[in-house]
Design a protein around this ligand. Structure first.
Ligand SMILES: [Zn+2]
Length: 191
């Protein structure tokens, strides 16, 4: 038995439950597709959705399930991307997370909008962000912070060091040089 009634909005159409998975705003998500079809009373004339208490509860359950799936998917993509430059444990240490926390996030056992957002931002440029987070947590080591914040100065330091290295017939990559704080000391001695 399907309950029908006259639409109170346009007063012409008939309101009938329509099964839908149409995306809609939910919490912090702009447009989320419910995890399964939900029957929403909808006018066949003006297409207005008349959501009562029961419909709202069904919709919330389907949207909440979809949000958990989305969050787990985003967190997995981000952590996999971060793991291309440093291990999960190294990232956990850097971000002050307990051992295994990132694995628990990946399995969907823990969830955090803030962490999912942060990890997704870090994952956009994992190598650069690893160095940026190093600078943030440098313990106010100004030399380390400066070399990481100003690429031009870092490049000068690197070329100075490269010159010194060549003189002693050794080689070193620019990325290794930027990791080395003794480079900064040598540069400042030379300046
Ligand atoms: Zn209507």
């Amino acid at each position: 038995m399907t309950k029908t009634r006259r639409c109170p909005i346009c007063e012409q159409g008939t309101v009938r439950p329509v099964a839908t998975r149409a995306a809609m705003p939910y919490r912090h998500v702009t447009a989320l597709e419910p995890a399964w079809e939900v029957r929403i009373p909808t006018c066949d004339n003006c297409h207005e959705r008349l959501i009562d208490g029961n419909t709202a509860r069904s919709l919330d359950a389907a949207l909440e399930a979809a949000l958990q799936t989305l969050q787990t998917q985003l967190v997995n993509e981000a952590i996999d991307q971060l793991a291309t430059v440093k291990t999960q444990r190294q990232w956990e240490k850097r971000l002050g997370l307990s051992p295994g926390y990132l694995s628990r996030l990946k399995s969907g056992k823990e969830g955090s909008v803030v962490l999912t957002t942060l990890l997704s931002l870090l994952a956009q440029a994992p190598s650069r962000q690893w160095k940026q987070t190093e600078a943030i947590w440098s313990g106010r080591d100004q030399a380390a912070a400066e070399v990481l914040s100003f690429p031009a100065r870092g490049a000068t330091i690197a070329s100075t060091f490269h010159f010194q290295q060549e003189a002693s017939s050794q080689s070193a990559s620019v990325s290794q040089l930027r990791d080395s704080q003794c480079v900064v000391a040598r540069f400042e001695e030379a300046a």
